[in-house]
Design a protein around this ligand. Structure first.
Ligand code: NAP
Ligand code: ZN
Length: 351
């Protein structure tokens, strides 16, 4: 199938329109017309080469919402016209203990990311959601519940699941004291989800400038990490901190904020970190942990949870030709929401 997307051709160039082919349907494939596509900071890291060399041209995007336009002969769960979604993975071995345990993100044989990875069958490079169409095997397609507004659901597929999974793993519930470092795409979803689970949520930000936005989505307020007195006063006051900072940093600034047995879960920086002080960990049995997206079953859970609790990400709708400007904003970190592209502006027949 002919399609069009926005691709990066090197680390330092802007993304530009790119015509390419989606594979012919295999028996277990679902063909999707993409309606909305979220812009994750991981897309920026990948395109920039922060995570190593990439197979350019590369079409990023792993927060995908669309409509089924065709199905393979063996597909059972979906039919033409269904509202569906695709997140950060499009395949895994389906045979190891992790896959059997619904944690495909930890597939022993390596899951297949939505873009920039070899397809398990034909070896071609997977291309992501900054495009008009995608073809994905049925097991990695999610259902968008009717109660969700399609135009505001895409960020649930990465920002939502990546924060929902640790909130669930650490048993957040009524009265849990949760801190969220960084009020961006992931951070704002962490706030909404934790609030819906009954937690008291505080945003830990570089300044107080996002205070109104934090409160508007249910946080008690902002703790400015640059305000030493306030940080000291907030010592030992959190059970769980979700750290979404997208760059190398010193977690020792934040670990004293945890109560005894509390955990700081890193979901932001994927790679080296600054040296950190062990004293807050040892004197308080505090933990530093990590978490990677979530499995397909849990991704369906977070979509259903958002529908049930009427949670929609804060989305700023843009046209695909504005993607490079959106990347510039993510670089400075001045947004407390997600950019989402309206893919109806993309035309396969355009020059
Ligand atoms: P984002 O929308 O850009 O938000 C990141 C936030 O971090 C910013 O809004 C800012 O909030 C804060 N920040 C930015 N630069 C900072 C700095 N130099 N020092 C301290 N704080 C800073 O990014 P995102 O889409 O939420 O993604 C965040 C990170 O998560 C990225 O690195 C991404 O690759 C990673 N990620 C990981 C997974 C996973 O599975 N673990 C999944 C998706 C994304 P304030 O202004 O409030 O400080
Ligand atoms: Zn992402």
């Amino acid at each position: 199938m002919k399609t069009i997307g926005y691709a990066a051709h090197s680390t330092d160039a802007n993304m530009v329109p790119y015509h390419f082919e989606r594979r012919a349907l295999r028996a277990n494939d679902v063909a999707i017309e993409i309606l909305y596509s979220g812009i994750c900071h991981s897309d920026l890291h990948t395109v920039n080469g922060d995570w190593g060399p990439q197979p350019y041209p590369l079409v990023p995007g792993h927060e995908i919402v669309g409509r089924v336009i065709d199905v393979g002969s063996d597909v059972k769960k979906y039919k033409v016209g269904d509202n569906v979604a695709v997140g950060c993975m499009v395949d895994s071995c389906q045979d190891c203990d992790q896959c059997h345990n619904h944690e495909e993100q930890f597939c022993r044989n390596g899951m297949t990311p939505t873009y920039g990875a070899p397809d398990r069958i034909d070896g071609t490079t997977t291309q992501g959601g900054y495009s008009k169409h995608i073809v994905v095997r049925e097991e990695f397609v999610l259902r968008v519940p009717e109660k969700l507004d399609l135009s505001r659901a895409a960020p649930i597929l990465c920002a939502g699941i990546t924060t929902y999974s640790p909130l669930r793993s650490w048993n957040v519930g009524k009265g849990s004291r949760v801190g969220v470092i960084g009020l961006g795409g992931l951070g704002h979803m962490a706030v909404k989800l934790a609030v819906a689970m009954g937690a008291d949520v505080t945003v830990i930000s570089r300044s107080s400038s996002k205070e109104d936005q934090a409160k508007a989505i249910g946080a008690k307020g902002i703790l400015a990490s640059t305000d030493e007195a306030a940080m000291e006063k907030a010592g030992a006051s959190f059970d769980l901190i979700i750290d979404t900072v997208p760059v190398k940093h010193d977690v020792s600034v934040y670990t004293p904020l945890l109560d005894v047995d509390g955990s700081l879960v890193i979901v932001g920086q994927v790679g080296p970190m600054d040296e950190f002080m062990t004293i807050p960990l040892i004197f308080g049995r505090r933990r530093v942990a990590g978490s990677l997206i979530g499995g397909i079953k849990e991704t369906q859970d977070v979509l259903d949870f958002c529908a049930e609790h009427n949670i929609h990400p804060e989305c700023k709708m843009i046209r695909p030709d504005e993607v490079n400007d959106a990347f510039a904003h993510l670089k400075t970190g001045d947004v407390a929401y997600r950019f989402v592209m309206d893919m109806s502006h993309l035309d396969v027949d355009a020059a």
